[in-house]
Design a protein around this ligand. Structure first.
Ligand code: SAM
Length: 252
């Protein structure tokens, strides 16, 4: 069984400093260590091999549902080959910025090459575990993710990280799978089955409970699929959106 990452300690930044989040060496090194400690090796192997292919790896349309204003900051968690990062870069324009975070060095290499080929400069791709995001506190306006969170060993921790990096009032849109019937422990603990996008899925109620426990609100579910069978599981997919409350809303 693989180990779970420790959170990366970070500092808040002023809104002026948020436009382009500088690489902080100490924090990057710590995040690198978290990446190597936390990531399921079967996952790195699977996505390393898929990095040069064209197969669709998404399970919803989260990025198309984001409505960032020009100049805003977005982060794509488990960005893969960077397709959604580039789509969002066009939305935030040259004054905005989009961070693509992923654990797979090969996926990041493909994403960087794609951005360079298309001449998109308002993007940064970082190696990072979902459980220890390589971003400072309250640094992004939008979090997006597509079919990545089901792979994380500690999903409650991932949602705490999403709440940490969102600025107060910031929003998230996440497409993912959930389990319609509980996954048997022998599959849940099988790194290969988790890497194959089914055994890491958790029950819908547990999924929503992690989001609420992280302090995120205004939850809305869209594009929810019918249940379908995959390997030894019955799954469904959905897109979940919500918002981090502002300080005054928390005190009410
Ligand atoms: C199914 S692919 C989706 C890629 C992309 N979002 C898309 O829609 O095309 C899942 C991605 O999440 C990344 N990933 C999975 N678990 C991760 C973790 N614990 N930390 C960081 N990245 C992870 C994988 O490397 C892979 O690139």
């Amino acid at each position: 069984m693989w180990q779970v990452a420790q959170p990366v300690s970070t500092q808040s930044q002023s809104s002026a400093a948020r436009r382009r989040i500088p690489a902080n060496r100490a924090w990057c090194l710590q995040a690198q260590k978290c990446v190597t400690d936390a990531i399921n090796p079967a996952l790195l192997q699977r996505y390393g091999a898929l990095a040069q292919q064209d197969t669709c790896l998404s399970c919803g349309t989260a990025a198309s549902r984001l409505e960032p204003a020009e100049g805003e900051i977005c982060a794509d968690l488990g960005c893969g080959r960077g397709k959604d990062v580039l789509e969002l870069a066009a939305k935030v324009g040259p004054r905005g910025h989009v961070y693509g975070l992923d654990a797979s060095p090969q996926m990041l290499e493909t994403a960087r090459a794609r951005a360079a080929f298309e001449g998109v400069i308002q993007v940064t791709f970082r190696e990072s575990a979902l459980e220890a995001l390589a971003l400072p506190d309250a640094s992004v306006d939008w979090v997006v993710s597509n079919c990545a969170l089901n792979h994380a060993r500690d999903k409650a921790q991932v949602w705490r990280e999403i709440a940490r990096v969102l600025r107060p009032g910031g929003r998230f849109v996440v497409s993912d799978i959930y389990a319609v019937e509980e996954i048997a422990p022998e599959h849940r603990n099988d790194p290969v089955a988790v890497a194959e996008c089914w055994a890491g899925a958790e029950l819908r109620a547990d999924y929503l409970a992690h989001v609420a426990a992280a302090g995120l609100g205004e939850l809305a579910v869209s594009e929810e699929s019918q249940p379908y069978r995959r390997a030894q599981s019955v799954l469904a997919s959905f897109t979940l959106s919500g918002r981090k409350p502002r300080a005054e809303e928390v005190m009410e």
